[in-house]
Design a binder for this molecule. Structure first.
Ligand code: ADP
Ligand code: MG
Length: 658
C-alpha cells in the first residue's frame, strides 16, 4: 500500500515543540464527514477507510491499489465536534496567539465536505436560533476557551475582531453596517498584506463575540446547489486580535488599522466544485469560477513553497486576494493549521483525492513563526531571557553554596566548635578593647577640659599682673609713655631687672635670671645709674667708692652704721666695678661672679619691708648683693652691704600669690 503524507504530522504533538523552532510545518488534520442522507439514499459507497488515528486509506471503486495518506490526525465520521476541537490542538494555537504569534486555522475541501460545519457547526435553523452547544464548531469552542483563558490570565488583555469575505475576488466587510463596499488589499513592510478600512470591533465577552460571528455568518453569501443546500459562495476570514494592553494604554493608531499583538484567524474557504456536478448556472457559475481560481492560486503557491529551490524565489501570492491574505500563514511567520474536509462517498473520489494530495503537500510546507515585535512581546521576551539567565546563575551558584555549607564541606564538629570559639573570643576581645579605648578617650577629654580651665585662669592672672605692672611702671617712669616690659616681669618672676646694666660686656647686659637683654629694659631711674658707672672720682672730692648710690633706702635703724655714711665701696654692685675699684682700693673679697662666689662673713641682705620679713626674692638677688668690699682704710669689711634691690621692690610683687 502506498502511504503518503507526513509520518509525524500529529498537530498537537508537533506544536509541543513550540514555534521557536526555526521552521514549523503546516499542521494538517483530515476530517471525513459521515455519509449524508442523500448519498445514502443514492446508495453510494464509501471509498475511504480510516486505519488508525492518522492514516486514511483510499480504495478506488474500479479496483486498483489502495492509496494511504498520513496526516497529523485523521478523524472519521463518528467523531464529534468536541473530538475535532481537541484533535486539532486549537488550544495550543490560542496560547501562541496570546504570546503574540499569528495563528491561522483554515478549512479546505470540496464543497459540501463539511468545512463550515467543522468551523461553525451546522447552518442556522432560523434567524437568531443559536447552534446547539454539542454541534458548535471549532470557532465557538475556541472563543469559549479564549474568553475563559483571558479572564484567568490576571493581566489586561484587549480583544478585537474583524470578519470579512472574499466574494468574486472582492473583499467585503461582514461587520460593517449597511451595504459594504469592496475593500482594497494593501501591503506594507510592517503589516504585510492587509485589508484597508476593515472594521475592527472590540469585544469583552463571549456573547458579544458570538453575536459578531452570527452577524458575519448571516451576511456571508451562500447559495443552494446540488451538493449543498447552504453552500458558501465566498471565503470567510474571522480574525481575533489579542493585545496585552488596555485601550487607554494603546498608542494612538489609525482606528482602521488592526491592533498590534497576537492573531488568531479562522478561514472558511469556499469549496472547489465541478460546475457540472453542482449544476451552477449564471451567477453561481461565475462564483464557482472565481472560487476555483482562487483555490488554484492557493494550490499553486503551496506547490511553489514546497520546492526548496523555488522557495526562495517569487511566490505568486498576489495572484488572488485569498493568497494575499494567507501569505503570512502559508509561507511567512505564522503558525498554521489546515483542516482538510472530505466526503467519503465514492462519487466524490476525484475531488477527495485532489483534496488529499493538496493537504499532503500543504503539510510539508514550513513557516518561520515569529511574534511581532510589539512592546509587550519585547518585554515578555526580555523577561524570558532574564529568567533564563537567572536560572543559569542559580545553577552556577548552588554548587558554590553547597561548598560553603559546613556539613557539605566535611568539617568535623570539633573543628567547627574551635572555629566558632575562636571567633567568639576575638569578638569579646574586640569588645573589651573598644570599651577600654572609650574610657581612655573620656579621660583624655576630661584632662583637656581641665587644662583649658587652668589656662583660662592663668591668662586672667597674667592680665591682672600686667595691669599691676603697668600701674607700677607708671609710678616710676617720669615720661608719659610706658616703657616696654621685660618678659621677666610679665610672668610671675622676680624683678631682677631692677639692677641697671653697669657693665658693657654681653654677660652683664643680660638679666642674670631670665637672660633677657637689659638694653631693652628701660629702668625708670636709669639716668641715675649713669654717673656711678664710670670714673673713679666724683665731684665733691669724695671718692666714688665712698658715695652711696642714690637709690639706697634710708638707713636701716637696725644697722650699726648708716649706709649713707659709709664709703662707696660698700655699694658697688657689679664685678666690673669691683675690679675697677680693686685696683685703687683694697681688694675684692669675692672670687667669681655670679655663681660660686664666696661672700664675706656678712649678714644677709635686709628685707625690704619694715617688719623685717624675708623678702621672697632675697635668695635670688643674694647672688648679686651678698658681697662686700673692705672699707677704705680697713683691712676687713665691717658690715654687710644691703643689696640695692631693697629699695626697688615693685609694689604688688612683694607678695605674689601665685
Ligand atoms: P462546506 O462548507 O464544505 O461546503 P458544509 O459544512 O456546509 O460544507 O456541510 C454540508 C452539509 O453537510 C451540511 O448540511 C452539514 O450539516 C453537513 N455536514 C457536514 N459535515 C458534517 C458532519 N461531520 N456531521 C454531520 N453533518 C455534517
Ligand atoms: Mg461552507
Amino acid at each position: 500500500m502506498d502511504e503518503r503524507g507526513s509520518p509525524d504530522g500529529d498537530p498537537a504533538r508537533g506544536l509541543e515543540h513550540g514555534p521557536e523552532a526555526p521552521e514549523t510545518p503546516i499542521q494538517v488534520v483530515l476530517r471525513v464527514r459521515p455519509m449524508n442522507t442523500a448519498e445514502l439514499r443514492r446508495g453510494e459507497q464509501s471509498a475511504l477507510h480510516c486505519s488508525g488515528t492518522r492514516t486514511v486509506q483510499v480504495s478506488p471503486p474500479g479496483g486498483g491499489p489502495d492509496v494511504a495518506f498520513r496526516f497529523g490526525a485523521v478523524l472519521d465520521g463518528a467523531r464529534t465536534q468536541e473530538d475535532v476541537f481537541r484533535a486539532c490542538g486549537v488550544r495550543r494555537l490560542g496560547e501562541l496567539a496570546l504570546r503574540g504569534f499569528s495563528c491561522t486555522v483554515f478549512a479546505f475541501g470540496q464543497t459540501g465536505s463539511g468545512k463550515t460545519y467543522t468551523l461553525t457547526g451546522p447552518p442556522p435553523q432560523g434567524e437568531g436560533v443559536p447552534v446547539p452547544p454539542s454541534l458548535a464548531g471549532i470557532m465557538q469552542r475556541t472563543f469559549t476557551w479564549l474568553l475563559d483563558r483571558v479572564q484567568h490570565l490576571g493581566a489586561p488583555v484587549t480583544l478585537h475582531a474583524s470578519y470579512l469575505e472574499i466574494y468574486n475576488e472582492q473583499v467585503r466587510d461582514l461587520l460593517s453596517p449597511g451595504s459594504s463596499q469592496p475593500l482594497p488589499v494593501r501591503w506594507n513592510k510592517t503589516r504585510g498584506f492587509y485589508v484597508e478600512q476593515l472594521r475592527v470591533v472590540e469585544f469583552g465577552s463571549l456573547g458579544a463575540l458570538m453575536e459578531l460571528l452570527q452577524l458575519g455568518l448571516s451576511r456571508r453569501r451562500s447559495s443552494a446547489h446540488t451538493l449543498n443546500q447552504a453552500s458558501s459562495r465566498s471565503h470567510a476570514l474571522l480574525t481575533l486580535y489579542i493585545s496585552h494592553q488596555t485601550s487607554q494604554q494603546m498608542p494612538h493608531v489609525d482606528p482602521r488599522e488592526a491592533p498590534i499583538g497576537g492573531k488568531l484567524c479562522f478561514v472558511d474557504l469556499a469549496g472547489s466544485e465541478k460546475v457540472a456536478a453542482t449544476g451552477s448556472r449564471g451567477e453561481l457559475m461565475l462564483e464557482a469560477n472565481s472560487i476555483n481560481r482562487s483555490l488554484l492560486a492557493l494550490g499553486h503557491c503551496i506547490s511553489l513553497l514546497l520546492d526548496p529551490q523555488r522557495k526562495q524565489s517569487h511566490i505568486p501570492f498576489r495572484d488572488s486576494k485569498l493568497t494575499k491574505l494567507l501569505a503570512d500563514s502559508l509561507g511567512g511567520h505564522g503558525v498554521t493549521l489546515m483542516v482538510a474536509c472530505v466526503s467519503p462517498s465514492a462519487q466524490c473520489l476525484p475531488e477527495t483525492l485532489s483534496t488529499l494530495r493538496y493537504a499532503s503537500r500543504a503539510q510539508r510546507v514550513t513557516t518561520r513563526p515569529q511574534a511581532p515585535k510589539s512592546p509587550v512581546a519585547k518585554q515578555s521576551q526580555h523577561l524570558e531571557t532574564e529568567m533564563l539567565q537567572l536560572q543559569e546563575e542559580n545553577h552556577r551558584l548552588q554548587p558554590q553554596l553547597s561548598q560553603m555549607d559546613p556539613k557539605a564541606s566535611g568539617l568535623s564538629g570539633a573543628r567547627m566548635t574551635w572555629a566558632q570559639q575562636n571567633l567568639y573570643g576575638m569578638l569579646q576581645e574586640f569588645m573589651l578593647e573598644n570599651e577600654r579605648l572609650r574610657k581612655e578617650k573620656s579621660q583624655l577629654q576630661n584632662s583637656r577640659d581641665l587644662a583649658r580651665d587652668e589656662q583660662r585662669i592663668l591668662a586672667q592672672q597674667v592680665q591682672e599682673l600686667e595691669r599691676r605692672l603697668r600701674s607700677a611702671c607708671s609710678l616710676h617712669q617720669p615720661g608719659p609713655g610706658l616703657a616696654p616690659l621685660c618678659p621677666c616681669v610679665v610672668v610671675p618672676a622676680p624683678s631682677c631687672h631692677a639692677l641697671p646694666p653697669l657693665c658693657p660686656c654681653p654677660c652683664c647686659q643680660l638679666c642674670p635670671l631670665c637672660r633677657a637683654p637689659l638694653a631693652r629694659w628701660a629702668c625708670p631711674q636709669r639716668e641715675l645709674h649713669l654717673p656711678q658707672v664710670f670714673g673713679s672720682k666724683v665731684p665733691g672730692g669724695m671718692p666714688l667708692s665712698a658715695r652711696p648710690p642714690p637709690w639706697v633706702p634710708p638707713c636701716n635703724p637696725v644697722s650699726a652704721k648708716c649706709p649713707r655714711e659709709r664709703s662707696h665701696r660698700d655699694w658697688t654692685q657689679t664685678q666690673v666695678l669691683a675690679e675697677m675699684l680693686a685696683e685703687e682700693e683694697v681688694g675684692l673679697q669675692f672670687q667669681t661672679w655670679p655663681g660660686d662666689w664666696k661672700p664675706s662673713e656678712t649678714k644677709s641682705a635686709a628685707p625690704c619691708d619694715a617688719a623685717g620679713a624675708s623678702h621672697p626674692r632675697a635668695r635670688t638677688h643674694g647672688a648679686l648683693a651678698e658681697f662686700s668690699l673692705p672699707a677704705e682704710g680697713q683691712a676687713e669689711p665691717q658690715e654687710t652691704t644691703v643689696g640695692p634691690w631693697a629699695g626697688l621692690c615693685i609694689p604688688g610683687l612683694q607678695s605674689p600669690q601665685l
